[in-house]
Design a protein around this ligand. Sequence first.
Ligand SMILES: Cc1cc2nc3c(=O)[nH]c(=O)nc-3n(C[C@H](O)[C@H](O)[C@H](O)COP(=O)(O)O)c2cc1C
Length: 190
Amino acid sequence: MKVKEAISKRRAYRSLDPVDISDDLIQDLAEKIQITPSCANKQPWNFIFIRDMDVLTKLFTTLTSGNKWVEKASMIVAVFSKPKNDCVIKERLYYLFDTGMATAFMILRATELGLVAHPIAGFNEEQAKIILSIPEEMRLITLVIIGKHSNEINPVLSDAMKLGEKQRPPRKQIEDFIFINRYENKLKKK
Ligand SMILES: Cc1cc2nc3c(=O)[nH]c(=O)nc-3n(C[C@H](O)[C@H](O)[C@H](O)COP(=O)(O)O)c2cc1C
C-alpha cells in the first residue's frame, strides 16, 4: 500500500470484529515505532501492547460511557511518556509531538495490514495507569484500539457514531488551516 492510500484508508471505525494478535504483528508495529524521528533522537515514547483478556477487561472499566464500543477490542495499545523524556525548548515540550508521530506511524502501518487502529482519549487516566502499572509521573496520552472493521454496525453506537461508520466526519476547509508564506495568506481555493 502506498503511504497516501494508508492515510486515506485510515478511519476511526467503532464497529469491530475480533482479530488474531500475533507476536509478529506486535514486532512489526514496534519496529515502525522504533524508527520514528524525535527531537535530538530522544525517543520519548513507551507503548504497552495489551492482548490479555483479563487486563483488557480491567481497562474497559476505565472507559467513558461513550466508549462502550471499545469492549470489542482485540488489543489495546497504551501510549505514555513524560515531558522530561524529550526536548524542552523554552515552553516548547516535544514529548507529546514525538510520541504522537510514533503513534501515527503505528496507526498507518496497522491500516496497511487491514486493521482498525483507533486512538481514544475517553478513559480515566489515573485508573488505567494503576491497572497497567504505569508510574505516576507519566502521562497516559492515548489508548489505541485495535480490531478488524465489522460490516455489522455495533448497536451500542450513538446515531452520530453510526453515521461515522459510513462516512468520514466533516473536516475544516483547507483554506482555514493552510497558509502560504505568512499566516495572513490563506491557500487559494482550487
Ligand atoms: C486524540 C484523539 C482522541 C480521540 N478520542 C476518542 C474517543 O474517546 N472516543 C471515540 O469514539 N473516538 C475518539 N477519537 C476519534 C475521533 O473522534 C475521530 O478520529 C474523528 O472523529 C475523525 O474521524 P476519522 O478518524 O474516522 O476521520 C479520538 C481521536 C483522537 C486523535
